[in-house]
Design a protein around this ligand. Sequence first.
Ligand code: SF4
Ligand code: SF4
Length: 299
Amino acid sequence: QANRGDLPVETWEKVKNHPCYSEEAHHHYARMHVAVAPACNIKCNYCNRKYDCANESRPGVVSERLTPEQAAKKVVAVASTIPQMTVLGIAGPGDPLANPEKTFKTFGLVRKAAPDLKLCLSTNGLALPDYVDTITKFNVDHVTITINMIDPAIGAKIYPWIFYQHKRYAGIQAAKILTDRQLQGLEMLTARGVLCKVNSVMIPGINDRHLLEVNKAVKRRGAFLHNIMPLISSPEHGTVFGLNGQRGPTARELKALQDGCEGEMRMMRHCRQCRADAVGLLGEDRRAEFTTEKIMEID
Ligand code: SF4
Ligand code: SF4
């Protein structure tokens, strides 16, 4: 039995069987992601759009794209096979809120078919303030926002452009809009009692020291958990981050940063950087049992 510690009862009800929000829960409860959201509204330098969104996932793996109907069918099949499945998340492969019809249609279908599942959403935050009401209407309990900076000068090194209100913005102007929208969205959600996790990608020499400031800023706005993930370096980073490429942090550097933030707020240290179509306990891969072909055979 997991330990409630000093958490208020309402918060505890939301975290006790979410494998990402409770370190103890991750041994017992499973989650699944459905990859229904292909488009994205920003460009992160660490993203390779051939693959899943690096907000939540490892570069180098491609998800199986599903329609909302296929996704709902898959959720029902998985939930009946894996009784520990408590959470359905949408995390990509692009940004769920850049694909609002597909995302909320999926949530609506899943709500009807499997009303006990908790709904979870990951986003880069750009469109978030526009969807806070919809998110609460669908009773999405958990939202993850990827926040890599609160200083637009640092943001300009991470995000070459954003697409906002039918216009493309670049450089510092783009990063300023993005950080304002992310923090506003976070504040709006926590004010409505939605549990928020912040993911940050640690990029040595770019935002590593700055993430201490990010940690304080998101805590002030009511984030429940901060998940600092290492940049997983890939050859494409050579051209986007600079001629010498961009390395990821060492395990020691990552731990030192997480330790530096500890005390400010809860830090997540058991993230597995899952794929946008992950199924099972964290660290377990049961996708092969639930391919679209197999799911479509079920009546
Ligand atoms: Fe890629 Fe995700 Fe960034 Fe969009 S938000 S550019 S999908 S890493
Ligand atoms: Fe949880 Fe991390 Fe996996 Fe997201 S990527 S489902 S936060 S373990």
